[in-house]
Design a protein around this ligand. Structure first.
Ligand code: FMN
Length: 291
């Protein structure tokens, strides 16, 4: 799958790669109202990754339904819409509207956003907030699959996964970006206008793999809930690490900026590994880590 926010609304990538190589397309975060996002500079390259503070810039629910859904319909892929907000009502409004859209198979809740009505605590850093938002959105998802996307900016990622699963998540996706910062030493100023941003790309992969392993063994496997793993996947070997750690699905984000064709080489590399190791199906290696 594409990682939410890294491939826009799909048409941006159509000239570079056949998106039908993917198992599913995940949109950028959609909010109830349009958002311009943060001031520039909002993206910088770092060693082995990138730092972004886009600020959830998006067209908003109404324009998404009118202008972007027709594009997504042409993809002939399952579509998941990443949903963000600053209040529970915002999330519920967007999720309820998406439940009426035929091409949308599910929503991915971006809970890495502050709840303004709860004093700005991020939904994704407090298990009670995560449970609340998941439970309320669950009621609005009657046909749609509900994926909850975890923030890695916590001390106990398994507790966050447990909260989301208890409240009815069908799947967990992980990880979102790590809160980080870069400084221009000559100007003695933060490089990002927002001061901090989210770190993604190869630099975060070992952290993401560790977190997937932890959530899989402690919570997801016992509950029978699948994990969609992401964070720095660029080559087939990276993807295989996530599968062995317990991920059932895989999403690619930052690597798409370097080489949109990586989705083809990752898919082919996994198939080659399965052949070499005598497996008939990818399901045989999910969580097959020997410890
Ligand atoms: C430029 C950029 C924009 C992103 N926008 C979103 C977003 O709108 N919603 C979201 O849930 N995650 C967003 N993410 C996080 C990614 O979906 C993903 O969780 C993270 O980047 C780790 O995967 P990667 O290392 O393969 O990029 C964004 C990441 C990047 C680099």
């Amino acid at each position: 799958m594409t990682a939410g926010g890294t491939c826009g609304y799909a048409d941006e990538y159509a000239d570079f790669v056949d998106l039908r190589t993917l198992g599913a397309f995940v949109t950028k975060s959609i909010t109830a109202e349009p958002r311009a996002g943060n001031e520039y500079q909002r993206v910088i390259e770092t060693r082995a990754g990138m730092l972004n503070a886009i600020g959830l810039a998006n067209v908003g629910l109404e324009a998404f339904l009118a202008e972007k859904v027709p594009i997504l319909e042409k993809l002939r892929l399952p579509v998941f819409v990443n949903v963000a907000g600053t209040t529970v009502d915002d999330y519920v409004k967007v999720a309820a509207a998406l439940d009426e859209v035929h091409v949308v198979r599910g929503v991915e809740l971006n809970i890495s956003c502050p709840n303004v009505k709860a004093g700005g605590i991020e939904f994704g850093t407090d298990p009670r907030q995560a449970k609340l938002i998941t439970g309320e959105v669950r009621k609005a998802c009657r046909k749609n699959i509900l994926i909850v996307k975890l923030s890695p900016n916590v001390t106990d990622i398994a507790a966050m996964a447990a909260a989301a699963i208890d409240a009815g998540a069908d799947a967990i996706s992980m990880i979102n970006t790590l809160k980080a910062m870069a400084i221009d030493v000559e100007k003695r100023r933060p490089i990002l206008a927002n001061v901090t941003g989210g770190l993604s790309g190869p630099a975060i992969r070992p952290i993401a793999v560790r977190m997937v392993h932890e959530v899989y063994t402690k919570v997801a496997r016992p509950a029978g809930v699948p994990i969609i793993g992401m964070g720095g996947i660029q080559y087939a070997n990276d993807a295989l690490e996530f599968l062995l750690a317990g991920a059932t699905g895989l999403a690619i984000g930052t690597a798409m900026f370097i080489d949109p064709g990586c989705i083809v080489s990752i898919r082919d590399g996994i198939a080659d590994y399965l052949r070499r190791h005598g497996h008939g199906s990818v399901t045989e290696i999910i969580g097959a880590l020997e410890t």
